[in-house]
Every structure is written in C-alpha cells, then in structure tokens.
Design a protein around this ligand. Structure first.
Ligand code: FMN
Length: 190
C-alpha cells in the first residue's frame, strides 16, 4: 500500500473480528515500530503482545475501571456510552513500554525526559501505519493508570507502560473521522 494512502485511510478501529493476527504479522508490525526515530537511537521501547483471554481480561478490567473513574470525574456524557470491550475482543493487544532512562539530552533540561515518550509515540504511529498496510485495524489506547498496568504486566518499577495498541481484523466499516483543512493549520514564516 502506498504510504499516503495508508496515512489517509487509517482510522481508529474499536470493533474487531475474533480471527487471530498471525505471529509473523504481529512481528512485522512491531518491527515497523522499531524503525521509529529515538533520541540518540536509544530505542527506549519494549513491546509486550497479549493474546490470551486472561491477560486481556485483566487489561479490560483496568480500562473499564478508568472509564468509570473518568466519567465520574469529568461528567463527560459520552464516556457513559463509550465502551472498552475491544480490550477483550481485539485478538492482540500490544503494550508499549517506555524506558525513561533511555532518553536524550532533554533529561538535563528543566522539563526533562520527554524524548523516550516521543520515540514510543513515533513507534506506535509506525505500527499503526504498518497494520493498515497489512489490512489490520488498530486503536491507540491510553485510558489506564500506568502504575496499575505496570502491576498487571509485572514490569520493573523503572519502566512505564505508555500505550496499548489493539490489533485485529475490523468488524465492519470503521467510522469516518474528518480533519480540519490543512491550510488552516499552517503558518509559513518566509
Ligand atoms: C495519544 C493518543 C491516545 C489515544 N487514546 C485513546 C483511548 O484511550 N481510547 C480510544 O478509544 N481512542 C484513543 N485514541 C484515538 C483517538 O480518539 C483517535 O485517533 C481520534 O479520535 C481520531 O480518529 P482517527 O484515529 O480515526 O483518525 C488516542 C489517540 C492518541 C493519539
């Protein structure tokens, strides 16, 4: 698939068929993630692939807990209808784990240590585009408490679970989401 087609046609998928994503396909998608740029090429990521029912159920429980917390805290009505069942039904969840020690010179700045998070975000986008090119639907999911997910995944204390990518064959059409015209978002300083 042509790159610009993949960029434009990728949409967040929140409903998946149960067909498993073959491990070689998952590996190909994750390899695309590892080609993302990172500060000093530190590659501050690890990818944990969860395909088993038990693991997904624990992640779902944390997602659902957070949804309810967010609803109660924000009062945002859409959160009442929003469902995180895809955490159980997506055939594969890729937990993207960042290493704050593997960041760039930004660690010496006052606001410090955002580089590893940017790098992991770039890896996520690479993976989602690779999934799109391979006909796999994806969702970038972040509604969880990092410390809880750390416990669930049995991660070392210094590691940070930053994102979950849900992957699988889309069940039906993914709802279209538009964008504002690019001309409204650009300023050229000539
Ligand atoms: C950093 C980040 C976090 C996101 N977290 C969630 C999430 O927790 N749950 C969810 O359903 N979608 C999440 N999304 C997906 C966005 O809602 C989605 O990208 C946006 O609505 C635009 O739709 P599109 O991806 O179909 O173009 C996240 C996206 C980004 C970039």
């Amino acid at each position: 698939m042509e790159l610009f087609t993949a960029i434009k046609e990728r949409r967040s998928c929140r409903s998946f068929l149960s067909d498993p994503v073959p491990e070689d396909v998952l590996e190909k998608i994750i390899e695309a993630g590892t080609w993302a740029p990172s500060p000093m090429n530190a590659q501050p990521w690890e990818f944990i692939v969860v395909t088993g029912t038990e693991g997904k159920a624990k992640i779902y429980a944390e997602g659902e807990r957070c949804r309810q917390w967010a609803l109660a805290t924000s009062g945002w009505k859409w959160l009442d209808k929003y469902r995180v069942e895809f955490l159980k039904t997506a055939p594969a969840l890729v937990v993207v784990v960042g290493d704050p020690k593997k960041t760039g010179v930004d660690q010496f700045l006052e606001d410090g240590s955002a580089g590893y998070q940017y790098a992991c975000a770039a890896a996520v986008q690479n993976m989602m585009l690779a999934a799109q090119a391979l006909g796999i639907g994806s969702l970038w999911y972040t509604l969880f408490d990092r410390n809880n997910l750390k416990r669930i995944m049995g991660l070392a204390p210094e590691k940070k679970p930053l994102s979950i990518i849900c992957l699988g064959q889309p069940a039906g059409e993914v709802s279209p989401v538009g964008r504002k015209p690019v001309q409204d978002r650009i300023t050229f300083i000539r």
